[in-house]
Design a protein around this ligand. Sequence first.
Ligand code: 13P
Length: 263
Amino acid sequence: MRDVIVAGNWKMHSTPADAGDLALTIAARTRVAGVVRVICPPYVCLAAVRDALAESDPDVAIGAQNVHHELQGAYTGEVSAPMLAGLATWVIVGHSERRRDAGETDALIGRKLGRAIDAGLRPILCVGERLDEREAGVQVAVVRRQLAGALAEVDAGRLAEARLVIAYEPVWAIGTGRNASGRDAAAMSGAIREALTLPGQDLDPELIPILYGGSVTSANIAEFLAEPSIDGALVGGASLKADEMAGIVARAGLTATARGAAA
Ligand code: 13P
């Protein structure tokens, strides 16, 4: 059975002074059996979130939002995977905002993925098409290319061991209030699992959790979790609101319970 996961990507929000309280409030409102919760605050808030959750909610995982593709060196302002030891156990790679703003390519994202895995971090690899690509009907080709480019140099067995998670985040749905339909997201999940079916490889796509991301709220999460191929959500704006996270995780708990009963 695949994990049911709700990950909050706080993006460039919160400060070391307020992140701990926010994490504590969210954690307290989302204690639901069977749901893997992940909070991804900015780098500078990782320690505050870790310290805040250490006693009350140690089962809330902490993730970084990015990681550098080298281990160390003259890379001003960057953070490498080994530096995250003791601060985070998960990491987001390939977010579309970094593809857009930092010019990250699929090959570079693949190197980040490799570093994350080497450091024992559980990666969430983000993929997703832009609006013009969806309008041109090439969304599956785009996502296939992103997957192939990012995964080309990473051994399939290591991806399986690292318990890779994929997040399908259509760019046009991020921060726009215009979410994909559950049906479209499920169709893409199917295409992603098909793309990950590599003959003779140690990676079983049926074991890889696929999350949907893009304007997820407590009001629309049910539409995604009603799809058996979708295993949770990567939440942006709504992940900063305890009420929203409470609703999203509660709904995810229903899915976890139903899957557990069916297993
Ligand atoms: P929103 O939920 O704010 O649309 O952001 C989604 C996202 O990019 C999560 O990584």
